[in-house]
Design a protein around this ligand. Structure first.
Ligand code: IDP
Ligand code: MG
Length: 168
């Protein structure tokens, strides 16, 4: 079995329901290691890139509002990169089916997810579903310096006249 990485997001419903601890406890059953973690303000651009594969779906606009936190008066998600053997499947098994009504009741989505009256699957967490998706998603949410392992090739570039915000 190969060592894989996977992106986990605790979505805004997971945060406002105070489920972070419960979710991390459940994910720890996979015996993987965390190689990066951060709290991220989700811009529309980031949301649309993350859900690019669903562009055009009838629920797309609501999904973008959901991941941006507009349905929960929250503007953040907490993101993790987990690493280990067979990480993608191990995490997806614990996370459960996309539709919380079909998800195994002991999975995270089965236990804590719901379908809203407007039809969004509020399913508490995101987890990558393939190695290809994981690479795209991890590169979207994390910079190389945010991770404690060099999982993908990097290059050095020189940026001049770049504005940067530092502590005042
Ligand atoms: P996944 O999150 O299990 O990988 P995707 O098909 O990638 O599922 O969909 C991304 C997210 O879009 C889901 O987690 C869920 O929040 C939402 N979603 C997917 N399919 C539907 C649907 O048929 N109705 C409403 N929301 C959906
Ligand atoms: Mg997916």
């Amino acid at each position: 079995m190969a060592v894989e990485q996977t992106l986990i997001l605790i979505k805004p419903d997971g945060l406002v329901k105070s489920l972070t601890g419960n979710i991390l406890s459940r994910l720890s059953e996979a015996k993987l290691i965390i190689v990066g973690s951060k709290t991220v303000r989700v811009s529309r651009e980031l949301a649309e890139k993350h859900y690019k594969h669903l562009t055009g779906k009838p629920f797309f606009e609501e999904l973008i509002r959901y991941i941006m936190g507009e349905l929960h008066s929250s503007n953040r998600v907490v993101a993790f990169v987990y690493q280990g053997e067979d990480a993608i499947k191990k995490i997806r098994d614990i996370v459960g089916d996309t539709n919380p009504e079909n998800a195994n009741p002991v999975s995270i989505r089965g236990a804590y997810g719901r379908i809203t009256t407007s039809g969004v699957f509020e399913n508490v967490v995101h987890a990558s579903s393939s190695n290809e998706d994981a690479e795209i998603e991890i590169k979207l949410w994390f910079k190389p310096e945010d991770l404690v392992e060099d999982i993908y090739p990097t290059k050095e570039i020189t940026v001049s006249n770049k504005k940067e915000i530092v502590w005042a």
